[in-house]
Every structure is written in structure tokens, then in C-alpha cells.
Design a protein around this ligand. Sequence first.
Ligand code: ARG
Ligand code: ZN
Length: 537
Amino acid sequence: MLMAAVATVGTMRRTRTAAVKVAAGMAACLALAACSTDAGVVAIRSERLATESTESAGETPPSTTDDTGSPSSTTPSSTTEAPTPDTREPPRPDLPTELVPVGDGAGDGLFPDLGNPGIDVVDYAVEITYDPLSDTVSGSVTLVIDVTDDRTEFTLDSAGPDIERVQVDGQDATFEEDRVELRITPAAAVDAGSRIEVTVEYSVATESVQSDIGLPNGWFNTTNGSYVLNEPDGARTWLPSNDHPSDKASWTFAITVPSGVTAVANGSLVSSQDSAGGTTWTWRQDEPMATYLVMLITGDYELVEGVGPAGLPLVSAVLRDDLEQMQPYLDTIDDQIAFFEEWFGPFPLAGYGIAITDSFGGLAMETQGRSLFSRDDFSGQMGFLEELLLSHELSHQWFGDAVSPAQWSDIWLNESFASYAQWMWLEHVGLSELDQDAERALAGRQDGMGSPTISPSVDEMFGFNSYEGGAVVLHALRRTVGDDAFFELLRRWAADNYGQSRFTADFIALAEEVSGDDLAAFFDDWLFADRLPSTFP
Ligand code: ARG
Ligand code: ZN
């Protein structure tokens, strides 16, 4: 289907899928040094990149631990600082297993405005025109919504768009732009259990905004195009939506750009049609996707087609001038997917690819089915940073995209997992050793700095304790339950929860089910504690 569709477009290029062996670590270190001066995500990553790579570990599997499966209760896992189990306050707060809406929000503790009670979006059709001269987006979004409460009004998240008209089931609705909410009152009340279609016509002057996480997000205009980076709260700045990871939907994007410009979104290309107004690029993503995982880039892109393991369709987007420079990265996708499939189970989506945009360096995002990177981080050499970024975002397709966090405080379910996967890949290609990475990260958790991995503040969400500082939780879990149960758990986490949004409580329950162990004490010590044990189980 995809192949047939893209063939009609005429701009596709077939890539080689041969494996590319990695370059020595030196170039990677240089790349890191350059990168660590950039703002944004790199600030987070620089911590984990602080050490140099090691000698090749060859093709050995990323398994370096003993596999005794000893339960945590029999494992001396604490330093002298850790209080004894009898005297300490239990660090585990009541873990939610569902969201309780508050006001106009879904009930997210970190982002109370995000999400909207009473609605469950089933499908989005985004039909917008981007004018790169005036940097404006105009058009509409049509949402198919299952109503979950009897409502006379409901809200969408919208923080910036200028709303021109709202229709519910083809009838004009009254609406109010109420700070970060678009409040919609349909002509007639809607009942729980009904399915409605809501069309919002709007325009917006596109610009990125500073998120409370301390990094900009939303819509970025570039010299010759644009990209979006929505995580965690940027989608609402250019797209009226139910902007919370607990609500996943299927998506169609029809993006009109001046002729000669390419627009790329998630999913597979349905058509590209020229008209007087430019070219409309239509992409369809059938698999459930949260708003924060939307990818939308425009510019002078070439679509590069390939084939991954078991015929998996690959479609990447590379700036036309960068084609040669980016070939090594296109060539490694197949190997990386095959490697992770071995450990995490079959690639969970219908296709994959990478998109390399002209953003600020250090930007890397697991946009669903096609991860987004910055050309500044991809010099043409395959070095440590490139391997790290490519593997990290690819692994998110299992951990974050197939199964998403149900609330933002559960971000470790994304970032700690992707950090662990990145360690596995870096060891696989001989650029570091997983045990050493884990020891180094654990050493970084000895000062008790920052909130526990389970409960980051907004500005800690993308910080150390969510990334490598949280990956140590997984390493400790692996040591505790053994390799077989650990990887069975990861496979089942992605597969059983495909298309869903889940809480940490769900992960703990599955970990206990798969291992057969009571892991309460384990998670108290590793996930809920601020100061971690000094040695792994
Ligand atoms: N999820 C991204 C990663 O893989 C980080 C995104 C951070 N958000 C942002 N607006 N920069 O690490
Ligand atoms: Zn990540």
C-alpha cells in the first residue's frame, strides 16, 4: 500500500539497507564537545555523554549481568545511608491507575491544563496550509470524538490559534477562546456514548514558545521550511486538540505548501497533489498516536524509501542538499531495528524512517513512525552521538509510541527505557559497555539530587533522573528478576499495551506478574527513592 502510494509521487529514492560499521569513538567525542554547547535537549544528554567510549565489545549480546533471578528481598541493595525497612516512611505515594479530571484538564499533575474531560478523540484530520513567507498556518482540524460524559459544552486545548469557526456535526457551535482552552458549546447537548464530529477552522502565526520544561516547543520556522516539536505541551500552540498523552487517535494530515516544497507527516504518504495554491501532501497514520508524537516538517526534502526487517517499509526525509551526508544513517536503520526486535519484540508500527531537519543541534524526538533529528548532529560520520541518538529515538517506538505514558509524571516509562536501549545498542556496536554506563549513572544517583524518578517536577521531566539516572532502575530490575523475565517484561509491556496509554502502576503490576516476585521493596528502593543504593543487586 505504502510502496504503491509513494511510487506515484516520483520523488522517492530507494536507499541501500546495508549495515554500516561504526567509526571509532574519537569523532564521536568531538561531536559531543561541539554539541554540548547547544541549548536544549543536549544539556540533558551532555551528562550521559561525559565519558569517552571504550574498546569494542564486538557482537556480543547486551547481556552482561548474572541471571540468578534472585528476588530483591534477599538482595543487599542499600548503602549505609538507606533507612531500614522498619523505620522509614514508605516512599511510594498512592499510584494512580486512572486520571481524575480537574477543571478543564484531564487531571495531569504536572500539566493541569492539558487534556479535556468528557471527550475521547478517535481521529484527527488536519488540513492546513503553511505559508513560509508570512509564517502562518491556516485551515482546519476535524476531530471525531467519542463523548464520555453528558455535556452541554466541552473544551479542546488551544493556546495561540485564532479560531474562526467551530462546527459540531455540521452545525455552527458557539465558542470562546478561554486562555489555553477552546470552549465549545454545540447547538444541542451531547450525550455520553455518542460520537460527534467537530471541525475547527483557525489560523495561527507560527512560532515556537517556551515551555515550562525550560525548552522551546511547538512550531519552528526554519530558513526554508518548518518543523514541529510538541513534547510535552507544544501541539496546542498550533493545533486545537486534546493535547495529552492519555488520548491517542488515528490521524490524517493534508498539508499544503508552495509548489516545490515537500511536507512530511507521520504515517504513509497517500498523495501529493498540485493545485493553484501549491502542493497538498496527504499522510495517513492509522495507528493510535498522541499529539506530542506528531511529526510535521516542510522544506526542500527528499523522501528516501527503503526496506527494513521482514519487509518493513522505511520512508525517511532528508534535506535534498544533505542526501550524501545522511546516507550512513539511512543505512543503519535496518540493523538497529533488527537488533531491538531481538530484545523488545517485533517493531510495533507499520513503518519507520528518520527525518533530519535544520533545527538547533541536540534536538532529537521520537515522533511516531519517523523520528526527528537535527542535521547539526549528523556530520556524515557514524560516531558515538549519532549511534546514541538514532538508537534512543528508535527504541522509543516501542517505549513511548506503541505504549505511551498516561500522565506526564510517568515520563520515565519513555526516557529511562530509551536510555537503557541506547546503552544496549552502544555496547552492541562496541562504543561503550552497558555495565559501565549503568555504574556511572548509578554513581550519579548517590547525591540524592533531584526528585525521585517516579515524581519529576516539570523542569526535571527531561533531566538526568528520567534518563540515564532512571535507566539504572531498569538495570537493577534486570539484575533482580534475571534476563529472561526482564526482556519478557519489556516485550510484553510494548506488545500487550500497544496503542494504549499506561501508568507506572501498570508496569509494576506486569513486572510482578512476569517475574512472579513481590517487587514492592525493589521499586521503593530504586524508583521511589531519591538516593539510590550504591551497588546494583
Ligand atoms: N523525547 C525527547 C527525547 O527523546 C526529548 C524531547 C524534549 N522536549 C523538547 N521540547 N525539547 O529525548
Ligand atoms: Zn528520549
